[in-house]
Design a protein around this ligand. Structure first.
Ligand SMILES: [Zn+2]
Length: 262
């Protein structure tokens, strides 16, 4: 919130500058201050690097139906398509090229700790009330990184559902916490890769159906045992550390979502 206030103040300040100074400000997109990450060049198909990887984390929720945006630092057709969907979702010119407009929207959406505006690390690391990122199969840093990508997918889900609030009832779980709640032995929650989602304004079936287009490869909801009061979403296809194959698996029979793997 404080960040957004500062940004608004900066815009007001820029508007008060003489015309020549404003032109200088407008010509230097990299000058836009951001507490998390600042892109320094336009990105489009064929480019690669850590700046592409950073972008891929943030557009991961705009993958195509039953698809994912690989976080590989290479700007291929899938990344371009995801950027296009992101741009369309926020009313920007949808050209699939990441430049000042796209970065401006991302800066607007992200907090200083790189989490998207409507989700926070504290919401994802509650783990039976203990908090923290350790006690799972991965390092705390890697687990936290997975949780960040999960949150960007949730931000896309929230936007796609009409900006209606989504709540995370369970995010990362240590092994101890996972045992305590009776989670699956190789649960994606252990990796920071999963979230159990509830909402007061969207139905669970609306959430489960939309999640199929938001880069989630694991979805379990109404009609699947023990999932009638939340929707579980995860990124199992991107998890190379677990025991399960990198395939899509979703089931919410009451929502018409099949149990088949592909
Ligand atoms: Zn779950």
């Amino acid at each position: 919130m404080r960040v957004n206030t500062l940004k608004r103040a900066a815009v007001a300040f820029a508007l008060a500058l003489p015309a020549a100074a404003v032109a200088t400000v407008a010509a230097a997109p990299a000058a836009h201050a951001d507490g998390c990450y600042t892109w320094k060049r336009n990105l489009y198909q064929g480019r690669s690097g850590d700046d592409v990887r950073q972008l891929q984390i943030r557009v991961a929720g705009w993958a195509g139906n039953r698809d994912i945006v690989e976080n590989d630092g290479r700007y291929g057709p899938k990344t371009a398509a995801a950027v296009k969907r992101f741009q369309a979702a926020y009313g920007l010119r949808a050209d699939g090229i990441a430049g000042p407009q796209t970065y401006g929207k991302l800066y607007d959406l992200q907090d200083n700790d790189c989490t998207p505006r409507h989700f926070s690390y504290s919401e994802m690391d509650d783990g039976c009330g203990r908090g923290g990122w350790s006690g799972g199969p991965l390092s705390a840093a890697q687990t936290r990184q997975n949780a960040l990508r999960t949150m960007w997918k949730l931000e896309a889900l929230r936007r796609s559902l009409g900006d209606k609030p989504l709540l995370v009832s369970s995010g990362f779980r240590s092994r101890t916490c996972n045992d305590q709640v009776g989670g699956a032995s190789d649960s994606q929650h252990l990796y920071g890769n999963a979230a159990d989602v509830v909402s007061r304004t969207s139905s669970l079936c609306q959430i489960a159906r939309d999640a199929r287009n938001r880069g989630f490869s694991g979805i379990y909801g109404p009609g699947y045992p023990d999932h009638d009061d939340h929707v579980h979403v995860d990124s199992r296809r991107e998890n190379n550390s677990d025991d399960t194959p990198n395939t899509t698996s979703w089931s919410a029979p009451d929502c018409g979502i099949g149990a088949g793997r592909d």
